[in-house]
Design a protein around this ligand. Structure first.
Ligand code: PMP
Ligand code: GLN
Length: 392
């Protein structure tokens, strides 16, 4: 592996999922649902395969039906209008969208300000593009300013964000709802990010793959909808998360024409095109009635609550997530302080696999006490996991 990528070995998800299999543990590590998405969407994929739609190279930017469906979704949900021909690009999952965006928009040495903890592909993609990552750390504070207590939420310190931007900063890499903390950035936080981006003339890449997974009073607000942002923001979505088909690897980018054409130029040489038949199915999925999205959210909310209660009863400090598939916990109340050691031992101790949040930090110390559990699993699986964890 070359020097740019030497620090990136096997992803933690592959390592932990393999550990779950080899120990027969319940896998609350990697975020993938243990049930498939809607049957009619699977049927749509079968029909496309059978009818020979997309079995040969589809168009580079994605099939028109899917680009139109993505644009319609952004308009219907957020009032954001994108031209399917020039402002939408279909990618091989959000992962390719992230990598292609950074490869397209960064010059070597450019700085990228990203929220820490960050999803692991961000650091690797910035490195592939020859950029430098500059983390701004989210920290758990409650409304009354107490740090790390029950009821706390991982917050963005706006002064730290401002201080992280230098003359070498090219772009901000944002993620809301946020993996792994479960934080959904508030209107005030997003407005401050937008103001800063406009003031310093920065591009923004925003990973909104969990846009449909927001709970309680939280609301997902797309960064592209804030003043001055439409023309400088690359927004990323994924059918993997929204329709529970993580294996299909269909993602997308919406942005202004010159940004989309830059990302498209890179995508040509990464994958050339994305797999065809699934694009037809996802086009149909995006047109599902609101009741699908509501039901999906309600299901995940019920699962969050089962796991949150189980983890609380087992003695973890639980940071109740406002979004995503994930609950971040603090293991210090269990007398533990090293999330890595804890997660490596957990399969033997309890038959459960989780992810040490430290892998998402440059400052491993700062991430050490936090451990992430995925709740995108069947309720009986979550109950069994909670029962096992109670006997830690
Ligand atoms: N961004 C975030 C924040 C994620 O959690 C994930 C995947 N779990 C991805 C991107 C990658 O999405 P995809 O599977 O569509 O490549
Ligand atoms: N994004 C998922 C997670 O955070 C996993 C995706 C992957 O394994 N690359 O768990």
């Amino acid at each position: 592996l070359n020097r740019r990528l030497a620090e990136f070995g096997t992803t933690i998800f592959a390592e932990m999922s393999a550990l779950a299999v080899s120990t027969g543990s319940i896998n609350l590590g990697q975020g993938f649902p243990d049930t498939d998405g809607p049957e009619e969407v699977r049927e749509a994929a079968v029909r496309a395969l059978r009818d020979g739609r997309g079995n040969q190279y589809p168009p580079g930017p994605g099939i028109p039906e899917l680009r139109t469906a993505i644009a319609a979704h952004q308009l219907r949900r957020y009032g954001l209008s994108y031209d399917p021909d020039t402002e939408v690009l279909v990618t091989a999952g959000a992962t390719e969208a992230i990598a292609a965006s950074l490869l397209a928009l960064l010059e070597p040495g450019d700085e990228v300000v990203a929220l820490e903890p960050y999803y692991d592909s961000y650091a690797a993609s910035i490195a592939m593009a020859g950029g430098r990552r500059v983390p701004v750390t989210l920290r758990p504070y409650s409304d009354n300013g107490a740090e790390g207590t029950e009821g706390a939420r991982f917050r963005l310190d706006l002064d730290e964000l401002r201080a992280a931007v230098t003359d070498r900063t090219r772009l901000l890499l944002i993620n809301t709802p946020h993996n792994p903390t479960g934080t959904v950035l508030t209107r005030a936080e997003l407005a401050a990010i937008a103001e800063l981006a406009v003031e310093r003339d920065l591009l923004v890449v925003t990973d909104e793959v969990y846009e449909h997974l927001v709970f309680d009073d939280a609301e997902h607000l797309p960064l592209a909808a804030f003043p001055g942002m439409r023309e400088r923001t690359v927004t990323i979505g994924s059918a993997g998360k929204t329709f529970s088909f993580t294996g299909w690897k269909v993602g997308w980018v919406t942005a202004a024409p010159e940004l989309v054409s830059a990302v498209r130029a890179v995508k040509q040489f990464l994958t050339y095109v994305s797999s065809g038949p699934f694009q037809y199915a996802v086009a149909e999925a995006l047109a599902l009635p609101e009741s699908y999205f509501d039901g999906f959210r309600r299901d995940m909310l019920a699962r969050r609550d089962i796991l949150a209660q189980g983890l609380t009863e087992a003695g973890f400090t639980v940071f109740r997530p406002a979004g995503t598939y994930f609950i971040t916990t603090d293991i210090r109340p269990l007398g533990e302080k090293d999330g890595f050691a804890f997660c490596r031992a957990l399969p033997e101790r309890a038959g459960v696999v989780a992810i040490p949040n430290a892998v998402f930090y440059d400052d491993r110390e700062a991430g050490a006490p936090f451990v992430r559990f995925a709740f995108c699993k069947r309720e009986e699986v979550l109950r069994e996991a909670a029962e096992r964890l109670r006997h830690l």
